[in-house]
Every structure is written in structure tokens, then in C-alpha cells.
Write a protein that binds this ligand. Sequence first.
Ligand SMILES: Cc1cc2nc3c(=O)[nH]c(=O)nc-3n(C[C@H](O)[C@H](O)[C@H](O)COP(=O)(O)O)c2cc1C
Length: 347
Amino acid sequence: MRENRILRKREHIKYSLSLEKKLKRDVFKDIILVHNCLSEVNLKEIDISTKLQGIKLISPIIINAMTGGMQEGEKINGQLAIIAKKLNLAMAVGSQKIALENKDSIRSFKIVRELNPDGIILANLGADASVEEAQKAIDMIKADALQLHLNVPQEIVMKEGRRNFKGTVDNIAEIIKNVNVPVIVKEVGFGMAGEEAITLVEKGVKIIDVGGKGGTDFIAIESLRRKSKAFKGFQEWGIPTPASLIEVVKAVGDNADVIASGGLKNGFDAAKSLALGAKAVAYAGYFLHILLNKGPSRLEKHILQIEKQIKYIMAMTGAKNISELQKRPVIIKGQTYHWLKNRGISI
Ligand SMILES: Cc1cc2nc3c(=O)[nH]c(=O)nc-3n(C[C@H](O)[C@H](O)[C@H](O)COP(=O)(O)O)c2cc1C
């Protein structure tokens, strides 16, 4: 069992890296922030800090859930934890299911807390976890919040994946009621629609990570693992990140905080996401690609660059903090415009 999970985790990394190389993405190309020629901000005074349900984030950049469970996972988690500590970023670990089943895997997750004792760390499990498992995952790394992931398309493509998804919504509600930290419900790259976001909010969810389409693609990854062409026509599946973000922000209003993720790469993607209403921005596949192909110091520099880019863009829009950025005008064109029109969403 553990061997199978380890192999799967290794293959996720391997195939996500090979797909990442081919990805020529510009997920937010339809979104344009309007220039402000009368900006009066002082770059030095720009504040990019934010809050997720009372959790203060010095930077809006989150390192999203990726790995753990095996030796390479421990190394990756350790390297990411050091960067997260140095740059004051929140960081999620990958699914801890493997460590709940086998003690040998616990260390690869615990290392994140050991290396970053005071940082904001997010635990991670599937949305089908039991309350007991959820609390154990939180306790394992003294997590500040718990991510519960939704990944129906991935499970369907996986040979060994789940086939019955009944009870997910009530299970999420049960976990929220019984664990001692805030819960973030996240997709893993197929996005969320406004309708489902409303259901989640009605069940008590206060933080949503849209995990939209445009970056890591688990239908493609699992198809490579299976060496199967059965899902060849499925590349189109999913809600593109900007459309998902706008849908969810509109749907939940002030009832939940929304995190943008799915294909984010640079500071432009982040600034556009924040302007569209995201409280924070999360990166996974692209960060992993830099870490494993170029090394931790290049990733650190890249993240610092993203923060600088966010500030430059804020200065050019005349916004000195994220809530001011969210009041600036935004143009939406192309496919995203048509998506929103079809869905009857005006912004
Ligand atoms: C190698 C890899 C492993 C992942 N494992 C998990 C996981 O265990 N739990 C989870 O919630 N998301 C997992 N994800 C999904 C990411 O957290 C994120 O939601 C998704 O990749 C979309 O973001 P991206 O386009 O920036 O990669 C994984 C992503 C990658 C690339």
C-alpha cells in the first residue's frame, strides 16, 4: 500500500515536471489592469500583507500542496520550508494520507514544522477524510489551517482511484465543525463554479482555493501514469482559473476568503488575481519546476521577484494595499469575457 502511494507520488512529480516544460501558459491573458497615470503611491510604503479568516499573511504568496511521504518528498518539503520561513510565506504540505497509514512517512511532513516553527503551515487531506484523520493531520505538523482537496477528475482517471463520491459535502461540514483550525477547501486544477462555492459556504466553509485550470493538469498526469489514451479528449475539462476566480468571488461575497491558484507563474498573474478579489495567491507546479530544475536559491529569487512585480503593478494602478487594488478597474476580454457572459456574471 505505502509502496504504491510512494510510487504514485514520485510519478506525480516526474510527470508534472515533464508537462510543465511543455506548458506555454498565460492563464491571465484576458485580464487587463487599467493604468493610473496619477498614481501617488510611494513604492516603499506598499503593503501586500493580507488575511485569511484571521490568519495574518505577511505576503499573499502561498506555496501550495505538493508532496511528502517519501525521501525525495522530505527533501522537497524541507527546501520549501526553509524558503517559506525566510520569505514569510504560508506553505501547505502534500496529502498526509500516506503518513496516517504508515508511521515511516510522518517525518517527511513533520520536517516542515521543525524547520519553520513559527510559520503558517497548512495540513492537507482529501475531502473524504474522517474527522479523526483530519485532526491527526493537523496535529502532526501543528498546522494553522487544514486544506481539504477536491479531485474528482483525477480519481476518475486513476486506475486505483475512487469511484464513489457520495457524502463529500456533508463530510466537509462535519470536519469543519470538529477540528480546531480553519478549513480551506481547494480544487487541484479543475476549478470551481460559483454554485458549488455557495454550497460550500452554506456548509460553513470560510476559505476557498479555486484551484483552476491552466497549470498542473491531473488528467494529463494520470493518463501518462496509466500509459492510456482513454482520456485523450479530456484536455478541455475544467474551469479556467480567472473565470473560476471571478465566479467564486462574486458568489461568496464577504462570506468567504478566496485564494487564486491554478497555473500562476509570475507577479502579473498574482496582481491580476488580487485585483479580481483574491485574498491570496498559491503556486504549485511552477515552483516545483524551478526548485527541481534550477535549485532552491533560484526559487527564492523568483519569489522575491514576484513580490516586487506585485508592488510595481500596484504602484502603476495607484494602489497602496490589496484592498485598494481590488477597487481598481479591470478589463476582461477574450474567452474569459465570453465565459462570464454565458454564465450571466457581470463584474
Ligand atoms: C507534484 C504535485 C503534487 C500535488 N499533490 C497534491 C496533494 O497532495 N494535495 C493537494 O491538495 N494538491 C496537490 N497538488 C495540487 C496543487 O496543490 C495545486 O492545487 C495544483 O497543482 C494547481 O496549481 P498549479 O497549477 O500552480 O500547479 C499537487 C500538485 C503537484 C504539481
